[in-house]
Design a protein around this ligand. Structure first.
Ligand code: UDX
Length: 431
């Protein structure tokens, strides 16, 4: 089939390359000419495992990029809206980019003769596809939904760093369509993917996405709260959760306590659902607590540090890990940010290292030292805080001995304290 993908961020680039890999003809649309030429040269605008290989293989064959909506719409049957939905000033969702994309898409559909399907893949609050996107497409195309064009909502459940694999091997595909014709066309795109499709209406599809992410975020905050209590009781919370996760009604996944969750999805999506609930005069106390635990959690790292070194003024602290999780260069909502901010407020000097994310963090902090390796970051430091689950931080025993001090605080359960040389004082955030 012929597909156009609006927006070439993480979701759009992966969706485009994976649909191309499934044999479809794909056109990426982006208003950013730099991204367009990057894709046409075979290079993805974002880093994702396996994405460059797919682009190199398909660009120029069944994958191209353009900034011309009319060309893309004329030459495809379905358009996916994959643009950003950032948090607004009030914490609610900012739909201005979705709105702008819908207007451009509607105008392009106006000058097309055949039927076209519009699919929302961006994460949007329940009601957006039918109450915002659909009316804008009708207004700008001069057509009636269900007659001149189809509409569906098809949420993504892609983890950063694993997005290509998650797209090709999903555990669910949700298609929420306004009618059978739209739903059938969207599901046809996934015919070669081995996964059951859940059919529903657009509003329910939108809610499934928010519920999915909110429940995962809730599991993490729950694990962190239990972890904080375990820490006070001198209990290893990982031993507790390993046993709890054996209950067939629960799963052991996403019960790993640590410095909290970050990323482009969990914090933003939970906040958006909170915003939507309040808009309807419902106070979502559980979701508020999920966020509150997550805001306080990274600061536990600094509290533990101050239990050992009360005055941090002039002390050098090595912060290992800047990305919001391992295997990505993404620092959005990274738990390292509040930690570094607090350390700087307390007068500490911060020396940091991350295998991929330093360049991005330079835009946030310009007074800290960005090192080329863990060894360099640890050398002569008074203490070390581990903030991201990078595999290479698991085996730093010798490098720790280069520190001036001997304190290592682990925010991601990466280090095996048994394997450490005796001079290191190891502290786990929740264990
Ligand atoms: C998430 C969802 O998993 C994905 O389905 C959705 O579509 C987008 O949001 P992602 O943001 O890439 O994906 O990150 P994920 O791997 O889920 O981890 C999110 C955060 O939670 C990370 O900061 C991670 O360190 C943290 N985390 C995860 C924990 O602290 N404990 C856990 O047990 C699991």
């Amino acid at each position: 089939m012929r597909i156009s993908i609006i927006g070439s961020g993480y979701v759009g680039s992966v969706t485009a390359a994976c649909f191309a890999a499934l044999g479809h003809e794909v056109i990426c649309i982006d208003i950013d000419e730099k991204k367009v030429s990057q894709i046409n040269d075979g290079y993805p605008p974002v880093w994702e495992e396996g994405l460059e290989d797919l682009m190199q293989k398909h660009v120029g064959k069944n994958l191209i990029a353009t900034s011309d909506y009319e060309y893309a719409v004329q030459n495809t049957d379905i358009s996916f809206i994959c643009v950003g939905t950032p948090s607004g000033n009030d914490g609610g969702i900012d739909l201005s980019i979705v709105g702008a994309a819908s207007k451009s898409l509607g105008s392009a559909i106006a000058s097309k003769s055949g039927y076209h399907v519009v699919v929302v893949k961006s994460t949007v609050v329940p009601g957006t596809t039918e109450d915002v996107v659909l009316p804008l497409i009708e207004e700008y195309s001069g057509r009636i939904a269900g007659e001149g064009f189809g509409v569906a909502m098809n949420p993504e459940f892609l983890r950063e760093g694993r997005a290509v694999d998650d797209f090709m091997n999903p555990d669910k595909i949700v298609v929420g369509a306004i009618d059978e014709r739209s739903g059938a066309l969207v599901s046809e795109l996934y015919r070669d993917v081995d996964c059951e499709i859940t059919y529903t209406n657009p509003k329910t599809a939108e809610m499934i996405k928010y519920t999915n992410n909110s429940l995962l975020a809730t599991k993490i905050s729950f694990a962190n709260e239990i972890g904080n209590i375990c820490k006070k009781l001198g209990i290893d919370t990982y031993e507790v959760m390993n046993a709890v996760g054996k209950d067939f009604r629960l799963s052991p996944n996403f019960l790993n306590s640590g410095a909290g969750f970050g990323g482009s999805c969990f914090p933003k999506d939970v906040r958006a659902l909170i915003g939507k609930a309040k808009e309807m005069d419902y106070y979502p106390s559980l979701l508020e607590s999920v966020m509150e635990v997550n805001e306080l959690q990274p600061l536990q790292m600094v509290e533990l540090l101050q239990e050992k070194i009360p005055d941090l003024s002039g002390k050098t602290i090595s912060v290992l890990g800047l990305a919001f999780k391992g295997n990505t260069d993404d620092i959005r909502e990274s738990r390292s940010i509040p930690v570094i901010k607090k350390l700087l407020e307390l007068g500490a000097e911060v020396k940091t290292y991350d295998p991929l994310a330093s360049e991005n963090m330079e835009n946030v902090f310009d007074t800290i030292t960005y090192c080329e390796s863990s060894v360099e970051s640890l050398r002569d430091a008074d203490a070390c805080l581990i903030m991201t689950e990078w595999d290479e931080f698991r085996d730093l025993d010798e490098a720790f001995s280069l520190m001036k001090g001997n304190l290592v605080i682990d925010g991601r359960h990466l280090i095996d304290p048994e394997a450490l040389s005796t001079e290191i004082e190891y502290v786990g955030i929740c264990w």
